[in-house]
Design a protein around this ligand. Structure first.
Ligand SMILES: *Cc1c(COP(=O)(O)O)cnc(C)c1O
Length: 381
């Protein structure tokens, strides 16, 4: 017995956590700060923690009312019908539901490169194919309709990430509208707004609903998560907002009880906690500016809770920073071996990250100089 041919499938590489790194280096976890997975440095909303504790006693039951309550809260938040909210086990789970609902075997999806790995993984799980459109580093990862449409070749789903991970760039809604208009009728444009709370741009829900001067459409869906701004990555909760026309497909594709009792209760409480979200967003905006101003390296403007930094040899820089207690994301696995992605921390963590980054860059520069000298001595001989 064997599983099916999985040779095209790649394992997801998460940012490395404190426990893992501390164990590997034989050090105490408290010496480290982890700024590698875009988690919320302020923790979860205190209201969500209270809700989780309160819900613990009721987890012997299936989450029926909790699911309905959260969907209804989100219905108000977005002013859409409850059926249009597809709750799932993280934003990743919502991507799976879209794959299940849309992909026939051999249908393709079009994804950004560099980009979020799970779009392609999910498509492959559902016997789909993956094609890419390039976002160019030399053009600061600019996102527009032209770039996507040039690569488009009838794919069933086109993924846009706004703000984009790992660069932080965004795409204007008018460009999303053009992509949706100029692609086939059967193509769904998914706008992944995992970092939407941190951006100044409006949500693409305006396109789904035909608001703010846009015509309503049945070919745009929006992805949202509680993992980032709401600080609930550990409970796994996210959702898609889909057009009313085919929203009923959810009932036929979802895994029963798609989001857990704990996730639903925590999510509903976090949604009400505006203070926690504002604080999170404000500190991320401060951190983005701080890194851009003080890092001795190129930092791309970002609308997310992270910044992409050009450091030369990302693997070496990430390693030196890790030895000095700051864990950042080496973007080699994104196809950017000269960049690291640094999550916005608390003010103190962000200051420490920049100081550590600058120290690592200086140390590696010195090492480079020493190597160059050693090499020239060798060749002199
Ligand atoms: C974090 C993230 C998600 C969703 O993550 P979940 O934890 O599964 O909700 C989706 N898209 C992008 C681009 C992300 O960075």
């Amino acid at each position: 017995m064997k599983p099916r041919d999985l040779s095209d499938h790649v394992a997801y590489e998460p940012g490395r956590g404190i426990e893992e790194v501390a164990r590997e280096l034989g050090r105490d976890p408290s010496e480290f700060v982890t700024l590698s997975s875009n988690e919320n440095p302020h923790g979860p909303s205190p209201a969500a923690v209270e809700a989780l504790q309160g819900a613990a006693e009721g987890v012997n039951g299936y989450p029926k009312v909790a699911h309905t309550d959260l969907a209804s809260a989100l219905t108000h938040r977005w002013d859409v019908d409850a059926a249009q909210i597809w709750l799932a086990n993280g934003g990743d789970g919502a991507i799976d539901y879209l794959s299940r609902a849309l992909l026939d075997p051999a249908d393709a999806v079009l994804v950004p490169a560099p980009g979020f790995t799970y779009y392609g993984m999910s498509a492959r799980f559902h016997h789909g194919e993956v094609r890419e459109y390039p976002l160019s580093k030399d053009e600061d990862f600019a996102q527009d309709a032209g770039t996507v449409l040039e690569a488009y070749d009838g794919e069933r789903i086109v993924y846009l990430t706004s703000p984009h991970n790992p660069s932080g760039s965004t795409i204007p809604l008018a460009e999303v509208e053009r992509i949706a208009t100029e692609t086939d009728e059967r193509t769904l444009v998914v706008v992944d707004e995992a970092y939407g709370e941190f951006a100044e741009t409006d949500s693409a829900v305006a396109l789904v609903e035909g608001r703010d001067g846009f015509g309503a459409r049945d070919d745009v869906a929006v992805l949202r998560t509680f993992s980032k701004a709401y600080g609930l990555a550990g409970v796994r909760l996210g959702y898609a907002v889909v057009p009313a026309e085919w929203a009923d497909a959810y009932a036929r594709v979802n895994t029963p009880f798609a989001a857990s009792e704990l996730a639903c209760r925590a999510g509903a409480a976090a949604l009400e906690d505006d203070e926690h979200v504002s604080r999170t967003v404000e500190s991320a905006r401060w951190a983005r500016e701080y890194v851009a101003e003080h890092a001795n390296a190129h930092v791309w403007p970002s609308d997310g809770n992270f910044v992409l930094v050009e450091v030369g040899d990302a693997t070496s820089v990430a390693e030196v920073m890790r030895e000095r207690g700051v864990i950042v994301r080496d973007c080699t696995s994104f196809g950017l071996p000269e960049c690291v992605r640094i999550t916005c921390g608390t003010d103190e963590e962000t200051r420490r990250a920049v100081e550590t980054l600058n120290g690592a860059l200086a140390a590696l520069d010195l090492a480079d100089d020493a190597n160059a000298r050693a090499n020239s001595e060798v060749s002199d001989r």
